[in-house]
Design a protein around this ligand. Structure first.
Ligand code: ADP
Ligand code: DP6
Ligand code: CO
Length: 337
């Protein structure tokens, strides 16, 4: 379906942090994950992306955080625009301007907010009328974690069945209702630098070479079932314990890859020690880490200031911010632009 009314659109999407992680694809071409994942979309660090069709331009133009995107970063966006054009039956090049409030490539899910915003703005600019499920499926083709940022609050991304078209159709995210669970997520930004190895190539190496990957992926199904039971109860201790062990297990699979992938730094480990001390002092706090050294600590909102202090003590000089549940991706209206 297509409409020709808009040739320019701006979308805003927030990053999401997985409580049950995705780490490995079973189809790299179609970007289909090996397993289900479940995340919380944040209310901080949004990406804002404008897609403007430029029929006269010789090629796509992509600006990321104010500079022309190069190499793989550009290619990922251009490949995504090709997919949009194929779906829309159109050929116009696009001018893309995207800005991340989060550091890019630091394990704070810039690819999630980035491709969720690009899917939404790009579909609107190319006149593709897609519902949220279709947008989520589409965003997955840019970055699997992006499928979840279409939705606010908690979202599950299904791995989907089978292979090929069935897998593509079956792999999308949808919201998970948990009105009683509104935790804080204290983010310890110990290093804003871009990772040396992208999530994409690190997980490929892990799937290909880590003897631990299969066991961890199997344990994710049990973690997910337990988490889905704990979420609607608003049971922070259960959710936190499951999320923390799921994340540590994921990092164990990477450490066992050949050669090893190690995102965790000395500062990460100091923050993890700080989280253990908090628990020993009776403050419920649980850590999760993605493909980078930065730590996110799940806690009660009333404890967030104390958790932030503990994190600062553990990693002096780090930047700390506190997130809550955030909204799904949305288009900016004409008036807001
Ligand atoms: P992160 O932990 O930040 O998600 P990844 O390794 O998953 O790191 O992905 C980082 C890559 O995602 C970047 O190198 C770039 O290719 C892409 N990316 C990040 N932000 C955007 C954006 N706003 N628009 C398009 N692509 C983006
Ligand atoms: C550790 O979705 O960023 O954050 O699909 O290759 O773009 P690509 O990778 P990405 O990987 C996310 C990995 C993770 C866990 C998660 O978000 O589920
Ligand atoms: Co990413």
């Amino acid at each position: 379906m297509r409409t020709d009314r808009h040739t320019s659109a701006t979308a805003v999407a927030h990053p999401n942090i997985a409580l049950i992680k995705y780490w490995g694809k079973r189809d790299e071409q179609l970007m289909v994950p090996c397993a289900d994942s479940l995340s919380m979309t944040l209310d901080v660090l949004p990406t804002t992306t404008t897609v403007h069709l430029a029929p006269e331009a010789p090629a796509d133009s992509v600006t990321l955080d104010g500079s022309p995107a190069r190499g793989e970063a550009r290619q990922r966006v251009v490949g995504f625009l090709d997919l949009l054009r194929e779906r829309a039956g159109r050929a116009e090049p696009a001018v893309v301007d995207t800005r991340n409030a989060a550091p890019t490539g630091a394990g704070l899910a810039s690819s999630a907010s980035g491709f969720a915003a690009l899917a939404l703005a790009g579909a609107a600019a190319y006149g593709l009328a897609l519902d949220r499920t279709a947008l989520s499926r589409l965003a997955r083709r840019g970055s699997v974690s992006a499928a979840r940022s279409l939705f606010g609050g908690f979202a599950i991304c299904h791995a989907g069945p089978g292979s090929g078209e069935a897998a593509d159709l079956g792999s999308y995210a949808e919201p998970v209702a948990a009105p009683a669970f509104d935790p804080a997520l204290v983010i310890a930004l110990v290093d804003p630098g871009a990772k040396a190895v992208s999530s994409r190539s690190a997980m490929r190496r892990t799937v290909d070479t880590s003897p631990l990957h299969r066991a961890w992926a199997a344990s994710c199904a049990a973690d997910l079932a337990e988490l889905r039971a704990a979420l609607p109860r608003g049971d922070l201790d259960a959710v936190g314990e499951i999320a923390e062990r799921n994340a540590l297990g994921m990092h164990a699979t990477m450490l066992a890859a050949r050669p090893a992938v190690r995102y965790l730094s000395p500062a990460t480990v100091s923050v993890l020690d700080g989280v253990l001390r908090l628990r020993a002092d009776g403050v419920p706090a649980y850590a999760t880490m993605d493909a980078g050294p930065n730590v996110k600590v799940l806690c009660h909102p009333a404890d967030a200031a104390r958790v932030a202090d503990a994190v600062r003590d553990a990693a002096p000089g780090c930047t700390v911010l506190t997130a809550r549940r955030g909204p799904g991706a949305r288009l900016r209206t004409e008036a807001e632009r």
